[in-house]
Ligand binder design. Sequence first.
Ligand code: MTE
Ligand code: MO
Length: 515
Amino acid sequence: MDARLSSGQRARAGSLAGAVAGVVMTLTMLLLAWLGNVATPLVILGDRLSVFIPPGSFLSLMGRVGGYTHLKELGVGSVILGQIAVGALGGWFYARRRRSLPFSLGVYFFLPLAVSMALLWPQLGTSYGGFPIRTATIITCLGLALSFLVFERTLVLGFRFLTRASIPPHGLEYSPSIGRRALVLGGLGLLATGGGAAVIRRLYQEASFSYDGTQYKGLEVEGITPNDKFYCVTKNVIDPRVDPALWRLEITGLVRERQTYDFAQFKKLPAVAQETTLMCISNGLDAGLMSNARWRGVPLRTLLHAAGPLPDTAKVRLHGVDNYTDTFPLTKALDPATLVAFEMNGEPLPNKHGFPARVVVPGYFGEKNVKWLTRIEVTGPDAEGFYEKQGWGPNFIVPTRSRIDAPNEWASISLASQPKGIRMKGVAFAGDRGVTKVEVTTDGGRTWAEARIDYPGTKLTWVLWSYDWQPNEPGEHKLSVRATDGTGALQREEKERELFSGATGFHQVTVYLAA
Ligand SMILES: Nc1nc2c(c(=O)[nH]1)N[C@H]1C(S)=C(S)[C@@H](COP(=O)(O)O)O[C@H]1N2
Ligand SMILES: [Mo]
């Protein structure tokens, strides 16, 4: 090393080498994610931290940045910038120290590896390629180790390159030429940044940004939702692409005998077909985070019986390969209508809906219908899932709901153009209780008339309803709808649930009729 460097020059050299090392490490992580479907801190740090954000703050944060998608982008972006900033800081520190190999390996390899393993512990079992949780944990740790080793080596070699004494060709005098080398190393950093940006662009095309939050509502609504129109919600920046050859379904926890099925074994189990509607807990009264499909799958209880739940067990916790989890009571898991589905409307489950297998649990909000299922764990009463830990609930049973899909809110309709009246239509859903009656009001709730059921579905699905409205008064009209469920209970108009247990109330649409 050139002893004539000032301490300021050394500090700058250290920071630059550290920042470049941060960039190269980030590029390594991006390549691991892109080429190997490996989980990296770029995404699992967000999963880890999100359980500490209560749903109220979560929703207001989401509102402030413009939606779940933007929140995810912001999350990944912050981790990347954070890694580069911490890298620069680490490099600055490195320049002030005795730079032995044990020191650099200890501080820049083992320490971050240990800290990140401890910090990310609950998320390490994530595998976007479909490996079982234990194997995934090992792969994630190897990915972390490789990334930090790349950091340590880039930092050490980069700093050495910047500060090494150089003897010009004619050997007349020493020159640090640190500025020129900084340019070279900085250029390499920029190249790595360009490579990273290219990988990010590739990953962006596969990201869930384009479809997360897809709604299904309005005039196009049919009894069975086509797969490519089915509403979609995912916590992931990039959804799993499970290789069925790697995938296993495990039944673990408080059972007599753990079970493991590979895809072929699983598909050989006796399966049933069943129509079931799903709705997200965050679905607003007028929103379309609700769809209906015909699923085919193995009853969950077939799998549980083979493993034998121990006495006094209370819940099941379902794990996706994306490390998403959720729970419901064992009694519900043993209900013959609770399925591990592998087909949706006669096709293998589409990727974004959980290929190769997902849970379908009628009557509970969508979040309990765990996608990319890889483990069924029998637990005691206190087990919690991803959104439960965040603070959603405590009630996860779908309340009776109904929606008007036509006419539109604030539609302006000329009476003369509708001599046969105005067709109202929509959906109504009551979880696993079935809908027995749908009524509409066109006078703001003074009188109610029974609507026609066009698509009755089953006890586990929505119904499609319609009503031919014969208005004779021009002006503003308030339309609303309410349903009665299979137990005879009328849909609740009051906002009576705790804030994060799903909305109740009547959907209302105001239309303006011109003479
Ligand atoms: N593994 C996994 N399962 C999951 C989720 C997830 O992010 N990961 N999201 C849940 C939520 S909040 C909902 S509403 C439903 C949506 O299912 P869909 O996208 O097939 O409509 O999946 C649930 N299952
Ligand atoms: Mo959801």
